[in-house]
Design a protein around this ligand. Structure first.
Ligand code: HEM
Length: 504
């Protein structure tokens, strides 16, 4: 009898294993068929073999080149099943007119699902509406904006300025400004969103380890989207090997940080607090969901602001006249004091220079949606159900059809009318996205960046150490950050030598 049971067990195990193998092979075949990875047109060939890199420094530069050449400002990368557009009419069509037909979609959610979970960036429908409503209430209120300004001003005065001052005293060692801005933006967004100073959270590892895990997870998640077939990363994830093993370990660390943030907030109490996390905690108990929300806000507020500031100072070091004009405006409106919120709003030239810098170097270089049902874009391009449709702010900032023949030049004046900042149509400049999912942190981000620029530029000269023919190279990731950082030399301006230091 025992033998019979044993044989039956063996038979069942073999049968189960065989069915699982056939099922796996079949799924693999289906995924391969759906990935259309066989196209050998010139563009797909250049993509698959990376031959575009012989002529261009960055993938986004190559895309910009292809989009400029296209009569409609739209191209299709067959092997990725991806329609890419730099046509403002199409952007409006996707983000507003036919918003319902262009959600984030399942494909995107699965690529970023491990990192972002059900956080606002990664969901559609009710989950998105709920988080958007809560976050908009918070970020849109006047009192929260002024609370955020106090935090940013204090971070600038007590952390950023002393750090730059120390660097100016040691002219021999250059400073990685991108790294400084990331730390600054991370601390600011943590305080604003969670009411906590990352330095005060009881963590098992130094903060820099968590930041490194964040960078790695962002890079590896973005790489998933760049491969022709998802089969590769899905199989690697199943086996927990290579980049997928690294990604899992990085996410594990990030989870630890998020959980600590939530527990700390719970310990201190959240009922009477106005930070974003406390608001969410009042209605959500699910710790995993709260973790997803925490991660999304860290991502939203850290890398974007750091990227915007880094590229701004790169451009500024090449345009001393723009730096001089900003200084004049800051001196006129704020004098020796740190600029107040209302004074910052009056700095139109600074505002124009910042928008001009993000036109050329948008922190989010491209953004993808998923076509739910067959559709025809505003320029007549047919997109079939299941196609990834990407609008490309980086390329859009480089289109003559949108910005004229001088589109590659850095000219803050193009944003001014009679000295007053005049915004562009949002679908021509979707740097903060546009339409129904437009960035809700936009005003706060602009305030944060203007505060930093006005303070830094008044007290310091920032010289970017560029080798001959230096051209920015971007790292793979969800936001446009420089692969090698931005090395600078900081000098205290001689006219400010005797003036009381902001941070003192
Ligand atoms: C220079 C700085 C920033 C830029 C360029 C920027 C840009 C963007 C872009 C392009 C999106 C759309 C992303 C997508 O579709 O997945 C977005 C969404 C969002 N941003 Fe920002 N952002 C910045 C700063 C911030 C800050 C500081 C916060 C917050 C505290 C923030 C909060 C959000 C949120 C919550 C969303 C999701 C909106 C939604 O899906 O409805 N952003 N942002």
């Amino acid at each position: 009898m025992e033998q019979l049971i044993q044989s039956a067990q063996n038979f069942l195990s073999i049968a189960f294993f065989s069915v699982a193998t056939v099922f796996f092979a079949f799924s693999l075949l289906l995924l391969l068929l759906r990935s259309r990875s066989w196209c050998n047109c010139e563009v797909c060939d250049a993509y698959l073999n990376s031959t575009w890199a012989t002529e261009f420094d960055n993938l986004c530069d190559w895309y910009a080149h292809l989009l400029r050449q296209s009569p409609t400002g739209t191209i299709h990368i067959h092997v990725l099943g991806n329609t890419v557009t730099a046509n403002p009419d199409n952007v409006e069509y996707m983000l507003k007119t036919r918003f319902e037909n262009f959600p984030k979609g399942k494909a995107f959610s699965s690529i970023l699902g491990d990192l972002l979970g059900r956080g606002i960036f990664n969901v559609d429908g009710e989950a998105w509406q709920f988080q958007r409503k809560m976050a908009s209430l918070e970020l849109g209120s006047v009192s929260v904006r002024s609370y955020a300004f106090q935090i940013v001003a204090s971070e600038v005065a007590h952390r950023l300025m002393p750090l730059l001052n120390a660097s100016s005293l040691d002219a021999s060692s250059p400073l990685d400004l991108q790294c400084v801005f990331r730390r600054f933006a991370f601390e600011s967004i943590s305080k604003i969103s969670f009411g906590l100073d990352p330095g005060c959270i009881d963590l098992s590892l130094p903060m820099s380890d968590f930041e490194a895990a964040f960078d790695l997870a962002s890079k590896l998640s973005a790489q998933r989207a760049a491969v022709a077939s998802p089969v590769v990363w899905k199989v690697k994830r199943m086996l927990d090997v290579g980049s997928e093993g690294e990604l899992r370990r990085a996410i594990q660390l990030i989870d630890e940080l998020a959980i600590q943030v939530i527990r700390q907030r719970r310990k201190i109490g959240f009922a009477s607090n106005h930070d974003l996390l406390s608001r969410f905690m009042a209605t959500i108990n699910d710790e995993k969901y709260l973790r997803d929300i925490v991660i999304s806000f860290l991502l939203a507020g850290r890398d974007t602001v750091a990227s915007g500031l880094t590229m701004f100072f790169l451009l500024l070091s090449r345009h001393p006249k723009v730096a001089a004009a900003i200084r004049e405006e800051v001196d006129k409106l704020a004098g020796d004091e740190m600029a107040r919120y209302d004074q910052l709003r009056g700095m139109h030239y600074l505002h124009a220079a910042l928008f001009e810098s993000m036109r050329l170097y948008p922190p989010v270089q491209f953004d993808s949606k998923f076509c739910l049902n067959d559709d025809v874009l505003a320029d007549g391009t047919f997109v079939s159900r299941g196609t990834r449709v990407t609008y490309h702010p980086y390329a859009m900032g480089r289109m003559e059809t949108i910005w004229g023949r001088d589109c590659l030049e850095f000219k803050p004046e193009r944003w001014l009318q009679g000295g007053v900042f005049s915004p562009a149509n949002l679908f021509k400049y979707p740097v903060f996205q546009a339409g129904l999912r437009v960035c809700i942190g936009k005003e706060m981000a602009i305030m944060e960046m203007k505060t930093v620029i006005a303070s830094v530029i008044r007290d310091f000269d920032i010289e970017v150490i560029e080798g001959d023919g230096y051209r920015p190279r971007f790292a793979a990731g969800l936001t446009g950050s420089l692969a090698d950082g931005l090395m600078v030399r900081v000098r205290r301006r001689s006219s400010r030598e005797g003036v009381a230091f902001l941070g003192s």
